[in-house]
Design a protein around this ligand. Structure first.
Ligand SMILES: Nc1ncnc2c1ncn2[C@@H]1O[C@H](COP(=O)(O)OP(=O)(O)O)[C@@H](O)[C@H]1O
Ligand SMILES: [Mg+2]
Length: 470
């Protein structure tokens, strides 16, 4: 005969069970009525909440009101044995979950006290590990993540670890919602409910890898593919997205470039007549001469910028020639000044006298300086300065162009990655500027150095050889 329990033991049994497993438990009392019905005398615990079952057994509820006939008849032999004084364990299924129940007879009464808890789902993942499909799961070409109903990751395969760039033990046990950035977390919570209703869902999210790269990931989830585990398949679509975005951007730039070139062209004609008439007035009277000179020099400046713009919009082939590097820098600064002024940033230039000519492709170098100065402006805060200096080092016969900002600077970890394709810390960045610039500098047999300190600023130093014939 097994030991029989007093009702005061309920608490102790409950404590025991909750230390045995982290699972939600259900503690209940059952009595047998004259007609043979089993009726709950009390009920407590969080198991039904965890199962998402709305009907919880209130005292007085009959067992067969709560559970199906089939379940009750499967359970009856053990319940009867418990009433006859033997502690019993029985496994039943509630809301598609395996539940282990233990029934303890109560001394001298027609009552039993029971505890039940959900069998840890872990056991079921274990079974995946053991069964012959495990290998298939592990070596599948798709990245597969198995989630529990509460979005906790139960298992991942090797491809998923590769895709998310995290080891298995850092993924298992983690809430899948944490991989979604910003409002993605809320969206997935809502969508996940759909999965629980049995609908297949799919979508995309942006994921930042531990190394700081952004990946675009496509996902599809389906309920209960394996033993109450919900399957999510992930696919890295970064390259596809980047190509799409680049095509779109190139197309937009093309159209905008053409339009702008057209507009620039149109502006040149009225400017020419404006200039002509101002000169005419100047010849006829000495009045307002000071103002008229200012008008003329400003018109010249507009003409110069437009000319630059038109040349830049037409250039794509290589064209190496002896060029004056300070003129190239001046033109670039002229182009970017408007953007700088909008951010209240002053670009100041300092040139040494007699910088020698350089054998280069001026259009390509302009592209390089635009990239660096644009980065400097983007890193700067309102009111900062950007210094652009050119030096000639006769010893080495190199011309050095320094672009120095006093903006956000870079951490060591960022510094290591700049210039790699698609590495960017900006929401709207492409992560291509430095890579393209570096290639052009290499093409000119030049060198690129960078010094940067977080919160202090950044200095890029471009060194280009003089007398270099490619
Ligand atoms: N002057 C600078 N100050 C701070 N960070 C910079 C600077 N220049 C480049 N960076 C960093 O290098 C990254 C890559 O730059 P780039 O290749 O031009 O791409 P993008 O500007 O599109 O992000 C930037 O996202 C930024 O983190
Ligand atoms: Mg850039």
């Amino acid at each position: 005969m097994n030991k029989q329990y007093e009702e005061i033991d309920i608490k102790r049994i409950a404590d025991f069970h909750s230390t045995l497993s982290q699972c939600p438990i259900h503690l209940f009392g059952l009595k047998r009525e004259d007609k043979g019905d089993y009726v709950f005398t009390h009920s407590s615990g969080t198991m039904y909440d965890a199962l998402g079952v709305a009907n919880k057994p209130a005292p007085g509820t009959k067992l067969n009101e709560l559970h199906s006939k089939e379940l009750v008849s499967n359970w009856t032999p053990q319940i009867e044995k418990a009433f006859s004084g033997e502690t019993q364990t029985a496994d039943i299924e509630v809301a598609n979950q395996k539940i282990r129940t233990t029934l303890y007879p109560v001394t001298g009464e027609n009552r039993v006290i029971g505890t039940s808890y959900m069998l840890p789902l872990h056991d079921q993942t274990e079974s995946i590990r053991d069964n012959k499909f495990r290998q298939l799961f592990d070596h599948a070409l798709e990245a597969i993540v198995l989630c529990r109903s509460n979005l906790e990751i139960a298992e991942v395969n090797e491809r998923a670890c590769e895709l998310l760039e995290l080891p298995r033990d850092e993924l298992v046990g983690r809430n899948a919602g944490t991989f979604f950035m910003k409002n993605g977390k809320e969206i997935i919570k809502k969508k996940w409910k759909e999965v629980m209703y049995g609908n297949k869902i799919s979508g995309e999210f942006r994921y930042r890898t531990p190394a700081g790269y952004l990946k675009e990931i496509e996902y599809t989830c389906e309920k209960d593919m394996v033993d109450h585990l919900h399957v999510t398949i992930l696919k890295d679509v970064t390259d596809q997205k980047i190509t799409e975005q680049k095509l779109l951007k190139a197309e937009t730039l093309n159209v905008v470039g053409e339009l702008a070139a057209g507009v620039a062209h149109e502006i040149r004609n009225p400017l020419t007549s404006l200039k002509g008439f101002v000169q005419l007035i100047q010849n006829q009277t000495d009045d307002f001469d000071q103002y008229l000179s200012i008008i003329l020099s400003e018109v010249d400046r507009i003409e110069h910028i437009i000319k630059e713009f038109l040349v830049l919009s037409k250039s794509n082939s290589q064209n190496f020639k002896e060029s004056c590097i300070d003129a190239i820098i001046k033109d670039t600064v002229d182009l970017l000044n408007t953007q700088a002024i909008m951010k209240n940033i002053e670009i100041s230039t300092g040139f040494e006298n007699e910088i020698p000519l350089i054998f280069c492709d001026p259009m390509q170098l302009k592209q390089v300086f635009i990239n660096f100065i644009k980065n400097a402006i983007e890193a700067s805060s309102d009111g900062n300065k950007v210094d652009v200096n050119i030096k000639w080092c006769p010893d080495t016969n190199y011309v050095q162009i320094q672009i120095c900002d006093y903006g956000c600077g870079m951490e060591e970890s960022v510094l290591k990655k700049i210039g790699k394709p698609f590495f960017t810390t900006k929401d709207e960045g492409t992560g291509l500027g430095l890579m393209v610039s570096n290639n052009i500098i290499k093409h000119h047999n030049g060198k690129l150095d960078v010094q940067s300190e977080k919160g202090i600023g950044t200095k890029f130093i471009i060194s280009l050889p003089v007398n270099q014939q490619n």
